[in-house]
Design a protein around this ligand. Structure first.
Ligand code: ASP
Ligand code: MG
Length: 411
């Protein structure tokens, strides 16, 4: 919602649904750019630092964005002739823990909301924020209004949670990389989780976890669809994220191709092949709060092996320094190398559970393009490869085609 004009349109859309007989709870995020604007003001006054005292005030500040948009939406709905009431997180209340700037929702008291709905009102609940045990205002992390919406839907046992966003659904891959990418009509929440964690930034990942846990059917649809389109058409638009592998699921084995450039690779060569080595290396990394993703260990030769893994690019220098200082001396090697010029490309699909040869097909498509695979990791519904960063787009396009995901392909 970038302007009062847009808010008025949202109100008209909500009114359309309400007048069709639906009980509506609406969870707005701040007006576009508002959260950034507020946080930039804080930056003008204080250097970024990790104190609880600062984080508390940042949350109190950022939460005002949603409070304003929620009240404005209620005003617009009233102007539309619909009784409406808005609540800030603390008024509901939406209880969270006290982890400022990344709080987690613990419970939602639905009594007020239910009473208002029963009285025929449209209820607006601020996204992105809550309140901790002691009454402090908290926020849920950037993009957190997605999670608020799913949490409210779960508490209300809503028939569906509609997330209106700036894309019109979840695609087989990023259409900027593959113009032939198709919008998926449905995707399972497990697939969505894999795709979201690998760079499809349609929804805050925690909202998808929440939807899976509480079995909230979630639909991602475009906020740019004209508000006055036929309600049945709107109800079928976008992408439905389901928690059931029902009949309607598109039966493609691979549903999407995800990719990112967020990781870096580290290899330690000639480490002794004996019990405790992986623990020794990765334990030190974990103690420094560095997350590890893909891990491989070679078969040993003459009692020595090579050990490689990936970390987030932002942690790369810190990880190398730490390993050199704390780990390598005890391993009796100084052979460490790495690269930040890598990418990770993954195929994702629940159909992979019941089909063989999918990974082989992936490797075949990459080899046809002459792309070397540096690392491989697999899970039940995903196969990921680490490649030279310069081949990322080529790999994504080749895989998109190999798995018949291009728009023209029959489903
Ligand atoms: N306004 C918050 C943000 O910009 C929450 C959201 O938009 O989901 O991150
Ligand atoms: Mg958002």
């Amino acid at each position: 919602m970038g302007s009062t004009e847009r808010i008025a349109q949202v109100a008209k859309r909500v009114a359309k649904w309400a007048r069709a007989g639906h009980h509506m709870v609406v969870v707005p995020s701040a007006m576009s750019g508002e959260t950034n604007r507020l946080l930039a003001l804080a930056k003008e006054l204080s250097p970024p630092q990790h104190t609880d005292a600062l984080a508390r005030e940042l949350d109190a500040l950022a939460a005002t964005g949603e409070q304003a948009s929620s009240a404005l939406l209620a005003i617009a709905l009233q102007a539309e002739g619909l009784p409406s009431v808005s609540y800030a997180g603390w008024q509901v209340p939406i209880r969270t823990n006290s982890a400022y700037t990344k709080a987690r929702i613990e419970s939602i008291d639905d009594a007020k909301v239910r009473a208002d709905l029963a009285a025929g009102k449209v209820v607006i609940v601020t996204g992105f924020q809550g309140v901790d045990e002691a009454g402090n205002i908290t926020t849920l992390g950037r993009g957190g209004s997605d999670t608020s919406a799913v949490a409210v839907a779960a508490a209300m046992k809503a028939a569906e949670c509609l997330i209106y966003t700036d894309v019109d659904g979840v695609y087989t891959t990023d259409p900027r990389v593959v113009p032939q990418a198709r919008r998926l009509h449905t995707v399972s929440f497990e697939e969505m989780l894999e795709m979201a964690s690998m760079g499809s930034k349609v929804l805050q990942i925690r909202s998808v976890e929440f939807a899976g846990k509480y079995k909230v059917p979630l639909r991602v649809l475009s906020s740019f669809t004209p508000w006055d389109i036929d309600i049945h058409e709107e109800a079928k638009s976008g992408t439905l994220i389901t928690f059931e592998e029902d009949e309607q699921m598109e039966q493609a084995v691979v549903s999407g191709i995800a990719f990112n450039r967020d990781e870096a690779k580290i290899s330690i060569l000639s480490v002794p092949d004996k019990p405790g080595i992986a623990y020794h290396i990765l334990g030190a990394v974990a103690d420094a709060n560095i997350e590890v993703d893909v891990i491989i260990q070679n078969i040993s030769k003459d009692g020595k092996t090579d050990f490689s893994f990936t970390v987030h690019r932002n942690d790369y220098n810190r990880a190398i320094a730490l390993l050199k200082e704390k780990v390598l001396p005890a391993l009796g090697t100084d052979h460490i190398e790495g690269s930040t010029q890598i990418c990770k490309v993954s195929i994702v699909g629940i159909g992979m559970r019941s089909h063989v040869g999918i990974a082989a097909k992936m490797f075949g498509a990459l080899s046809q393009e002459g792309i070397n695979i540096q690392m491989i990791s697999t899970s039940e519904i995903k196969t990921s490869v680490v490649l030279d960063e310069k081949y990322m787009e080529l790999a994504v396009r080749a895989l998109h085609k190999a798995f018949d995901l291009d728009q023209s392909a029959a489903i």
